[in-house]
Design a protein around this ligand. Structure first.
Ligand code: M6R
Length: 612
């Protein structure tokens, strides 16, 4: 078989971005590098490409894609089959050798992989026993060696690929090149993989931003499925070998939406897009005569107990949602997705329960396993997500698309706002008949957000406090998740220590952290009782000599002890936190920018965390 095929197998593997092209006519390296730049939010500690011209060419480098581009400058190769990878390390540090693609010992095979091969230790042992030497510390490197071994046994590329995939435990989106075989071989399990189609050329990608400049027609591979992708067509089959036809979706996102459009960073652009995000969020949810319609969400019967599950920023949206639902008379609980699988909540006989997964990407591994767990226990599930075709949509009974448009910056901003709007609409839909007041409020929200963005003093405060030792955020009720989110935003993009607290918690420990160089943001949002409580907590902080920044609606007087005030328009209490959050987003952005941080791609982070 070795004589029959000169196998060139390149497999791309990890939370990473994968791209592949099978082109009718020769293309240049920029096709791979441009696609990687559009996937860079998925990982950016090392990157690489592999393609077939006269033989297999592989180039991979630690560092970002600009570094890889520099390394390849002056290389004018043309090819019809190529694969590319941008990595977020899970096994082994971000070095040249650990970067993808990985190859077999003879350099006949190259592979890219997103996910984790859980049984890589035992596979390594088996392969070593047959004389294979490993060059990297990654779990992924077992893939090309395993594939090459099956090719050496005389199997054809598709059969060898199928045998190899059958040996893997864990999660994977894999794309492999095999010399002598005019196909990209791909497989997925718990890591996303889409096939982009046009007449003459087909593509493979972890996410649609990499496909948009080539095509809008996309088919999503499902768990366990494999495919062979060639110029102008693809074949897909189930793990058992039965052929399968995939549905084609048409993507509505535009290339412009995934570009910076004159802003210095995607994060700032995405903050600025929030008024439009809300208009869009409402457009499909409100009928011509101004009533709320969520029939397409299709939750029937309406629940009387809601469990909201999310991670990071999405978990903060869950906290907001749970508080809001409870205020409206529903029993509601927020859970961190990473913990939901450990201790799932008790089921009460007779309760109409609903598990709501909140996930921008719809690919966060902890959310997917929480949905699996809810499904195993027979609970109805709904997912709030931004990404059409995401795995969470397929796992949940119903999906609510938040329609925020592509969010490229790793730090979530506009999708958090879109989640809060969606949760308000859901809470209303589940609990009341007359939604007109809420809809009136929300139709005015875009203009309030615009004013907040344009008039915020947050940039000046960022300049004033850029050298702070740490920053603390206090909120109460619906303001508490915003305090947590403000702190998360600041720490993830500026690397500055920051914490959010329920305001009443301050005296139970955190007070010990306060100094004259630890500014405290106090969110005076909510009703009079809540703001009254926060005033008391503000006094406790002020007595310790901290710089105090009050975020206050302009119809109430700020606490006398405050050094600075960020004002909110006079709006209903439930939307005050949404506006307060805009100030905190801007503060975080301007601190990070002043510190020269990699705002859109903070160190060590990735946009969607597809490993547990
Ligand atoms: O895609 P998801 O909403 O499921 O992602 C959850 C978190 O990983 C995400 O919100 C993360 O915390 C962001 N970096 C926050 O800015």
């Amino acid at each position: 078989m070795m004589e029959k095929y000169m196998y060139l197998l390149i497999i791309i593997l990890s939370v990473c971005g994968i791209f592949g092209i099978a082109s009718h006519s020769p293309v240049a390296l920029d096709v791979l590098l441009d696609a990687l730049e559009r996937l860079e939010y998925r990982g950016y500690d090392s990157a690489g490409v592999a393609y077939l011209d006269d033989g297999l060419s592989v180039t991979k480098r630690s560092g970002d894609i600009a570094h890889l581009r520099e390394t390849l400058s002056g290389v004018d190769d043309r090819f019809r089959f190529g694969i590319a990878h941008t990595r977020w390390s899970t096994h082994g540090p971000p070095t040249d050798v650990n970067a993808h693609p990985h190859t077999d010992a003879a350099g006949r095979v190259a592979v890219v992989h997103n996910g984790i091969v859980e049984n890589h230790d035992s596979l390594r042992r088996d392969l070593r026993a047959t004389g294979v030497e490993f060059t990297s510390e990654t779990d992924s490197e077992v893939v090309p060696h395993l594939l090459a071994r099956h090719l050496d046994r005389g199997l054809g590329p598709r059969e060898a690929f199928a045998e190899m995939v059958g040996r893997l435990h864990g999660s994977y989106a894999i794309c492999a090149l095999v010399e002598g075989c005019d196909e990209l071989l791909v497989a997925r399990r718990e890591s996303p993989l889409a096939i982009g189609m046009d007449d003459a050329t087909h593509y493979v990608a972890s996410d649609v931003p990499a496909l948009l400049e080539h095509t809008r027609d996309v088919a999503y591979l499902r768990d366990g499925q494999r495919a062979a992708v060639s110029p102008g067509r693809y074949r897909a089959w189930e793990a058992g070998g039965e052929a399968v036809s995939l549905d084609t979706d048409t993507i509505e996102w535009t290339v412009e939406q995934t570009e910076k459009g004159g802003f210095q960073h995607f994060l700032l652009k995405e903050i600025d897009e929030q008024p439009e995000v809300i208009r869009r969020a409402l457009r499909d949810r409100v009928t011509a005569d101004g009533a709320l319609t969520l029939e397409q969400v299709n939750v029937d019967p309406k629940p009387d107990v809601v469990h909201l599950v999310g991670s990071g920023t999405s978990y903060h949206a869950c906290l907001y949602g749970a508080y809001l639902f409870r205020k409206m008379g529903l029993s509601a609980f927020a859970h961190r997705a990473s913990e939901y699988g450990t201790v799932a909540p008790p089921v009460t006989e007779g309760d109409k329960e609903l598990v709501v997964g909140v996930s921008q990407s719809g690919e966060t591994a902890d959310i997917l396993s929480a949905l699996d767990r809810a499904n195993e226990h027979g609970r109805p599930t709904l997912v709030l997500t931004n990404v059409l075709g995401s795995t969470a949509i397929r796992k949940a009974d119903n999906a609510y698309m938040i329609q925020a448009g592509p969010e490229v910056s790793v730090a979530a901003t506009k999708t958090f706002t879109a989640d809060l709007v969606a949760l308000n609409l859901l809470a209303e839909y589940f609990t009341t008949q007359n939604h007109r007041r809420l809809l009136q409020t929300f139709s005015a929200l875009p203009a309030w957000i615009r004013d907040t963005i344009d008039d915020s003093d947050a940039p000046a405060l960022a300049e004033r406090y850029v050298d702070a030792d740490a920053v603390f955020y206090l909120g109460h009720g619906l303001g508490r998740p915003i305090a947590l989110e403000g702190a998360l935003k600041l720490k993830e993009i500026s690397y500055k220590h920051s914490e959010g607290f329920g305001a009443g918690e301050l005296k139970h420990g955190p007070l010990a952290l306060l100094t004259d160089n630890t500014p405290v943001f106090a969110l005076l949002t909510g009703d009079a009782v809540q703001t009254g409580r926060i005033r008391q907590n503000v006094s406790e902080a002020a007595a310790r000599g901290v710089p105090l920044i009050a975020v206050v609606p302009d119809d109430i007087s700020p606490p006398a002890e405050c050094d600075h005030v960020l004002t909110l328009p006079d709006v209903p209490p439930s939307v005050e936190p949404i506006l307060a959050n805009v100030h905190l987003q801007l503060f975080a952005y301007h601190v990070a920018d002043r510190l020269g941080r990699s705002v859109d791609r903070p160190r060590h982070l990735a946009k969607s965390v597809t490993v547990q």
